[in-house]
Design a protein around this ligand. Structure first.
Ligand code: C2E
Ligand code: CA
Ligand code: CA
Length: 468
């Protein structure tokens, strides 16, 4: 019995020792990982966490000594594009060249880290614009010397944001401030300093951004609809859906005040998706109420067109709302379509295959060549308001508009004039054979319930007199 107990005790001790060893190993491994965690594998520089840790120590010391310190963020311009065009191997070469240059520029007592895939942060004892410019210059030289070919040297560039230590900020705040400068990218100004104005405008933009998200969640957006009228018959041939924002404290906010920021911040894709689903649902609802169907068009942003699977979103909106595709139209602007003409052609062709119409918005405002227009799969050409509003007294605008209508006819497109406001414009546009009009002369964009009233009591009287 005694022997059994002794064997058991020895076994227990052995298990305990094995457990202790295992625990020590895990702790040691964790420590190792932690150390490895502070280093960026590719460049051997400190990574973001490592940089913040070391940087904080430098700031603490600077608080005591009063020595000047600046944080400079170097941002590789379009690293993604370099990876796409030259391959990731070349992208890695560029990153390593930046790492080398940042290390060289940091100097003695400086801290340098790879804070993001394409951002190198540098905390160094310098102050004032002249010194920062000097560092940026030697940084550039070091990068260029390190790159292996002239082609790369021509294609690689950077932006730098600088934030000077004010004696109070922590390292995270300084990094954020230096990064803010990178939002104002300007190819004529490769280095920019953080200013209070910059912060205020960013804070305002950030606020507006979060307000837009709240607006989406709480139903502050509404679609207004503007009729498209036939010059010949005066009948309503379509409606354009235009977003309106009823802000709880600011009141009505026009699209021009928030669409550009929504585009920059990426929220536009959410807004456009909401607009698409809402317009389809509304159109189906009108049909279900027994009103004669009318084609509703929605505006598409560049981000939605190029950065999302817009074909899938349109298909989903049609499937979910049950709207027949022939009652939906999407509007793409001329400038947007010309960004990447091959992609535009293939995406628009797919959308048209669904049975949805496509119109080219703001035509005549951009610089597209008329020959490239021929290759686009389109149904409708919308002449920009800037041409239409000049028709009453500008001969050249008249000639251009005439040429656009002729071109549209030759391409068998429906031609619409935007921003029609006067009898003179209507007379001219009717004479040259323009098909549709949209503008304040007929109706401003209005809420869905007002459109219902229009559907029952059409604008025929006014439009017919206009077309006479
Ligand atoms: P757009 O697509 O060119 O829309 C036509 C704009 O012209 C609308 O301005 C409309 O109210 C205005 N308009 C129409 N007729 C007349 C007229 O006779 N005279 C004058 N002075 N203006 C007229 P709105 O609604 O302020 O929209 C401005 C722009 O905002 C739109 O230009 C479009 O680019 C954008 N937008 C509006 N809603 C949306 C949306 O849901 N998604 C996206 N991505 N953009 C939108
Ligand atoms: Ca439009
Ligand atoms: Ca337009």
């Amino acid at each position: 019995m005694k022997i059994v107990i002794m064997v058991l005790a020895v076994a227990l001790i052995l298990v305990a020792v094995a457990l202790l060893i295992a625990i020590r190993k895990i702790v040691a491994l964790e420590k190792g990982f932690k150390n490895a965690d502070n280093t960026d594998r590719m460049t051997g520089l400190l990574n973001r966490d490592g940089f913040m840790e070391q940087g904080e120590l430098v700031l603490e010391a600077a608080k005591e000594s009063g020595e000047p310190v600046s944080l400079i963020v170097f941002d590789v311009e379009e690293l993604g594009r370099i990876n796409t065009f030259f391959g990731t191997g070349v992208g890695d070469e560029v990153v390593k060249a930046f790492a080398f240059a940042a290390k060289a520029a940091a100097g003695k007592g400086g801290v340098v880290g790879r804070a993001n895939t394409d951002d190198f942060a540098l905390l160094t004892h310098c102050s004032g614009e002249a010194e920062a410019q000097e560092i940026a210059k030697s940084f550039r030289n070091a990068v260029m010397n390190r790159l292996s070919s002239d082609t790369l040297r021509e294609n690689v560039n950077f932006f730098a944001g600088v934030c000077e230590f004010d004696g109070h900020d922590d390292i995270y705040t300084m990094y954020n401030k230096a990064s803010l400068c990178l939002f104002t990218k300007d190819s004529n100004r490769r280095l920019s300093f953080f200013t209070r104005d910059m912060e205020n405008s960013m804070v305002e933009k950030e606020l507006l951004r979060s307000e837009m998200l709240t607006a989406l969640e709480t139903g502050q957006f509404e679609l207004y609809y503007q009729p498209k009228i036939s010059f010949k018959t005066g009948e309503m041939r379509g409606l354009e859906a235009l977003i309106r924002w009823h802000h709880p404290t600011k009141g009505f906010v026009p699209p021009s005040d928030f669409i550009p920021l929504a585009e920059k911040s990426g929220i536009i894709t959410k807004i456009d998706e909401w607009g698409l689903f809402t317009a389809c649902r509304q159109s189906k609802e009108w049909q279900d109420k027994g009103m004669s169907p009318v084609k509703v068009s929605v505006n598409m942003s560049q981000a939605q067109f190029y950065r999302t699977d817009v074909y899938a979103t349109i298909s989903a909106a049609l499937a979910e709302t049950g709207l027949d595709p022939k009652w939906l139209e999407v509007e793409v602007t001329e400038t947007m379509a010309m960004q990447d003409i091959d992609r535009t052609i293939s995406v628009l062709a797919k959308i048209r295959e669904l049975g949805v119409s496509v119109s080219m918005d703001d035509f005549g405002s951009g610089y597209s060549s008329l020959s490239s227009l021929k290759t686009l799969p389109l149904d409708i050409l919308k002449i920009d308001r800037s041409l239409v509003c000049d028709l009453d007294d500008n001969k050249v605008s008249k000639q251009i508009t005439n040429a656009i209508v002729e071109l549209g006819k030759a391409m068998e497109l429906v031609v619409l004039a935007e921003g029609v406001e006067t009898r003179g414009q209507i007379d001219f546009l009717t004479e040259i054979g323009c098909d549709l009009a949209q503008g304040y002369f007929y109706s401003k964009p209005c809420p869905a319930k007002d459109i219902e009233a229009l559907m029952i009591m059409p604008l025929v009287g006014k439009a017919q007199t206009a077309a006479e």
